[in-house]
Ligand binder design. Structure first.
Ligand code: GRF
Length: 197
């Protein structure tokens, strides 16, 4: 059974989708921790309500000492016995010092069809570019931001009158389908990409 630590920064809707999927019979993974860089993240109480261990490692006391924050976060994750990490709405950039020891064992979901639109504000950028479709990507995390081998993509149409908010909502609904599908396959040792939409 693969033990998964999920890292969040906010509401954790993707985290909840992953928790729900891991409750399915025969799933090869189970959650061992939900951790956040923000002690106020509402996802922490949502995870606790499901009986999952939680932890907060507030990044603010560490100031600019990113390695010190990451060392503490890494320790908490190891203390809970994690075999792999899922970043799910985790909004801190992680340095190679954190990423490299988890190489091949850390996933992220990004709200664009990578390699398009790395970074932030992806929905507004797709609208500004006049794209007709958009979507989300699950990829292995490497030291390069929003780079790394793609494990799954889901496409959604961009509709006339879409705003960044309406588009984000359509993408988020697909994220909640894509991430669990990728995790179930990845935890079983299968790296074939998942394609939805
Ligand atoms: C989502 O758009 C996700 O793609 C990005 O963070 C946003 C919020 O995710 N990584 P969640 O609701 O906190 O899971």
């Amino acid at each position: 059974m693969t033990r998964v630590a999920i890292l969040i920064s906010g509401g954790g809707s993707n985290m909840l989708a992953l928790l729900d999927s891991m409750e399915q019979a025969g799933h090869p993974a189970s959650p061992c921790l939900v951790a956040s860089n923000d002690p106020q993240a509402t996802g922490l109480e949502r995870a606790a309500a499901r009986g999952v261990a939680t932890a907060a490692v507030d990044h603010r006391p560490f100031g600019k000492d990113r390695p010190a924050f990451e060392t503490e976060l890494h320790k908490v994750i190891l203390d809970h016995g994690a075999d792999m990490i899922c970043l799910a709405g985790f909004m801190r950039v992680l340095t190679a010092g954190f990423v490299t020891p988890w190489s091949g064992r850390m996933l992220n979901i990004h709200p664009s069809l990578l390699p398009k639109y790395r970074g932030l504000h992806t929905h507004a950028r797709a609208l500004e570019a006049g794209d007709t479709e958009h979507g989300c990507t699950v990829h292995e995390v490497t030291p390069e931001l929003d780079d790394g081998p793609i494990l799954g993509q889901a496409r959604v149409p961009i509709k006339p009158g879409d705003t960044p908010e309406t588009l984000a909502a359509r993408v988020l609904a697909m994220e909640h389908r894509l991430y669990p599908a990728v995790l179930r396959r990845f935890a079983a040792g299968d790296r074939r990409p998942v394609t939805l939409g």
